[in-house]
Ligand binder design. Structure first.
Ligand SMILES: Cc1ncc(COP(=O)(O)O)c(C=O)c1O
Length: 373
């Protein structure tokens, strides 16, 4: 079996999650909006999961809206706020995921000023530049990721929330990569909106959530039934919701163990990498997710390296899965001011709860063999 080191792209469904989902796929159950007993059972399952997912990030169950994943949650946050407001300005992190970047940029056609918030060489927000942007005129929404999917760099979103609020803006946080890997507290961080996704934490794909605090004015992306307080019409995917709920509960219960194990493996990997000539580790001086490591081997193309590693039995990524195959260097590294040629060499390793020290050692041996060839 190839060694899977691409958990930021997606994770498989934990068998405990699958067990919880199965009755809602093949068993007799109703539409969660139906009033009969089958409907009520489905509703109960949806509400239990709502409490489980909200608990993972210190939110109230009533603040949670189910979506089809992180992409839809980011779209609902940004377009939903824009649709409910008079056009002013929206700011987003320059290293944010395309689901934030592209959504924010799409508002330009509707008269919004859209600006990227710069980061420094380590991938951390350039705070003086951010404050200057906020001071330049009215801003309705700031969108900033909690942790980067490529480098793992963690942003101080509590600081961003304080600054955004002082400027009269709301803060949306893409916590898709952070939730379940590091402590994330929607309320304590002062966030107004937060996106989550199930398939990064051993839940099923195609289910996510947007947390929306009470004061935020938001319009739905589409019209339909009154589900999710009218913010997301459509019959609920009960099995996926149940799976997300259990995955969130497990992530919360096992967070410390998973994080400690991932960090030990990452440090082992980093120590080994530093012995290879021509290695650069991105965001190394910044706070990072315990499971994530992005590096370049100078003189190598990231995608070619990925394919060589694949042949040797290791599944890694050359950046974000969404950007792969485009032949363009990662916008995250370019945003950090990394030269294009170096950025083109980027490889991302993202560890999961079942990786072992033997696997990371084998990975280092394979990489050293490639570098020596
Ligand atoms: C930071 C971040 N935001 C959003 C998404 C999109 O989430 P989903 O795949 O659930 O649409 C991803 C997925 O890679 C991500 O890493």
């Amino acid at each position: 079996m190839p060694v899977y080191l691409d958990h930021n792209a997606t994770t498989w469904v934990d068998p405990r999650v699958l067990d919880a989902m199965l009755p809602y796929l093949s068993g007799p159950y109703g539409n969660a909006s139906s009033l009969h007993r089958y409907g009520r059972a489905a509703r109960d399952a949806v509400e239990t999961a709502r409490a489980q997912v909200a608990a993972l990030v210190g939110a109230q169950p009533g603040e949670l809206v189910w979506t089809s994943g992180g992409t839809e949650a980011n779209n609902l946050a940004i377009k939903g706020v824009a649709d409910a407001a008079v056009a002013t300005r929206v700011l987003y992190g320059i290293t944010d995921h395309p689901a934030v970047m592209e959504t924010a940029e799409s508002l330009q056609a509707r008269g919004w000023g859209v600006e990227a918030v710069a980061v420094d060489h380590e991938g951390v927000v350039d705070w003086p530049a951010f404050e200057a942007q906020l001071a330049r005129g009215p801003v309705r929404l700031v969108s900033l990721m909690r942790a980067n999917n490529e480098t793992g760099v963690i942003q101080d979103v509590a600081r961003a929330a304080r600054l955004a609020h002082a400027a009269g803006a709301w803060l949306h946080v893409d916590a898709v990569q952070a939730a379940g890997k590091i402590p994330v507290d929607f309320t304590a961080l002062g966030c107004d909106l937060m996106s989550l996704s199930s398939h990064k934490i051993y839940g099923p794909k195609g289910i996510g959530a947007l947390l929306v605090s009470a004061e935020v004015e938001l319009l739905p992306l589409h019209h339909g039934g009154a589900q999710e307080r009218g913010l997301r019409g459509g019959t609920e995917n009960v099995a996926a919701i149940v799976g997300f709920g259990v995955a969130a509960e497990l992530a919360q219960a096992e967070l410390d163990t998973r994080a400690a194990q991932a960090l030990a493996l990452r440090e082992r990997l980093e120590a080994g990498l530093r012995n290879i000539r021509g290695i650069e580790i991105f965001g190394a001086a910044a706070p990072r997710l315990p499971n994530t490591l992005q590096f370049a081997l100078h003189g190598y193309d990231g995608e070619a390296l990925l394919m060589q590693l694949d042949r040797k039995g290791f599944a890694v990524s050359s950046g974000s899965a969404c950007a792969s195959g485009k032949g363009e260097p990662s916008h995250v590294l370019i945003g950090m001011g990394i030269p294009r040629e170096t950025a083109k060499g980027a490889v991302r390793v993202s560890l999961g709860k079942d990786n072992t020290a033997a696997e990371t050692d084998q990975f280092l041996t394979a990489l050293k063999a490639i570098a020596a060839a």
